[in-house]
Design a protein around this ligand. Structure first.
Ligand code: C2E
Ligand code: MG
Ligand code: MG
Length: 399
């Protein structure tokens, strides 16, 4: 594989040679170049000179422990996204992740041992930035001026560089798949895979985000109509609140739905709470029209933004999506439980459906079911996936 074809570089440290060899093979199969070592000094040298996109750190090793490796990476100001591999329980992994974030490392996900080929592919596809940080961890585009950004983005949308991954959403009661969230990635021919956090905010500020939305809507509806035609499943699409103030969003969406022969009732538009609420009066008209057109509306990242109870009851949302920062601590933090319970009560009281995002553990899922949350989404259930991983996941789930 030459450099132009490689989607990124994966560097792993693991003292189990068999696990290491498997990881390298799986990463290569997913289109990444990969190296493994059990020698910490060789690892640090490669982390500095080979400039990996991801580093995979085993938490428990003989010669050196994983936290020491993370600390050293932070001192080196490594901008590789850290994937934590371990057979340890999720609580330990969670602490390690918090430790990585607190030290300014980009968090790239978790690999639970034993892992399969699809686990490796999924974590490499999904995790390329630190969700805890406002700063894009892989700020690969910072060298571009506005004109270059616009030209590149438009070219990406016109070719197939803006690709969509789908993360399954399941019913808490029986675990059945009820839908998918479309999540965009930019597969740049020379820069590799770029996470949405690295280009969506800039596209929003340059009023270019409709370029992304249109590409995502077209690609995801094409997949959805082709692969999930007769079902009651729904497709969630992220919409930037900046698009709510401009004209034409509803019309564009309706046109694509009618071309794809898809009922708008099967589409959920997710709008981030922060911005939707900041401009409640302006948003009201656009949101109401979208609702009248038949689209479902979801408040994304609920609990982190500006909503007041009045606004929540006034705006025509059909779903509340509880932010992962609350969900993550469920089963461990009594405070998080109180918050999530009251958010669920609030949404039930207002007749809204509830989805918990960022469900990373069986414990969190159990607590959510117990509290009567309707739907769940997160790494514990399924990563954002592209075909053919998604097909494989769906087959395993018997759908
Ligand atoms: P979001 O809509 O809240 O999407 C959920 C994010 O959480 C996704 O990150 C997803 O990969 C990640 N995630 C899913 N399960 C877990 C989990 O169990 N644990 C953790 N820690 N994270 C999980 P992603 O794909 O990087 O997207 C980040 C944000 O970028 C999205 O947040 C959304 O606001 C925005 N975005 C993504 N695709 C689009 C798009 O097509 N259009 C627009 N306007 N925004 C998009
Ligand atoms: Mg979303
Ligand atoms: Mg969200």
């Amino acid at each position: 594989m030459n450099d132009a074809e490689v989607r990124g570089r994966v560097l792993a440290i693991d003292d189990d040679h068999l696990v290491g060899a498997m990881l390298v093979a799986h990463a290569k199969a997913a289109g990444f170049d990969a190296k493994i070592t059990d020698d910490p000094e060789e690892f640090y040298t490669l982390a500095r000179d080979w400039k990996p996109t991801f580093v995979v750190v085993d938490l428990v090793m003989g010669a050196v422990d994983g936290l020491t490796v993370l600390k050293r990476l932070a001192e080196m100001k490594s901008d590789a996204a850290v994937i934590i591999a371990s057979g340890m329980g999720s609580k330990v992994l969670d602490s390690a992740r918090q430790y990585a974030a607190a030290n300014g490392l980009a968090y790239g996900g978790v690999l639970h041992k034993p892992f399969r080929r699809t686990d490796v592919a999924a974590v490499l596809e999904a995790g390329a930035y630190s969700p805890e940080s406002d700063e894009p961890a892989l700020d690969v585009l910072q060298g571009w001026d506005a004109a270059t950004f616009e030209r590149e983005l438009r070219a990406a949308a016109a070719s197939d560089q803006l690709m969509v991954m789908f993360q399954p959403k399941v019913a808490c009661t029986d675990g059945n798949v009820t839908g998918f969230e479309a999540l965009v990635r930019w597969r740049h021919p020379t820069l590799g895979l770029i996470a949405p956090i690295s280009f969506i905010p800039r596209a929003e500020s340059m009023r270019l985000v409709s370029v992304v939305t249109d590409a995502v809507v077209a690609a995801s509806l094409a997949w959805f109509t082709r692969s999930r035609p007769q079902s009651s499943e729904r497709l969630s699409i992220n919409i930037s609140a900046s698009e709510l103030s401009g004209p034409g969003l509803g019309k564009r969406l309706l046109d694509v739905c009618s071309l794809a022969n898809m009922s708008p009732e099967r589409i959920i538009l997710e709008v981030t709470e922060t911005t939707a609420m900041a401009n409640a009066a302006d948003s009201l008209e656009v949101l109401t029209r979208l609702r009248l057109d038949g689209f479902q509306l979801s408040i994304d990242d609920f609990g982190t933004g500006y909503s007041s109870m009045t606004q929540l009851s006034n705006l025509p949302f059909s779903e509340v999506k509880i932010d992962r920062s609350f969900v993550r601590s469920l089963g461990e933090s009594p405070a998080a439980e109180v918050m999530v319970r009251s958010m669920l009560q609030l949404s039930r009281g207002l007749g809204l459906e509830s989805t918990a995002e960022g469900v990373e553990t069986a414990a969190a899922l159990a607590v959510l079911c117990d509290m009567g949350c309707d739907f769940a989404q997160g790494y514990h259930i399924g990563y954002p996936m592209a075909e053919p991983e998604l097909d494989e996941w769906l087959t395993q789930h018997g759908t």
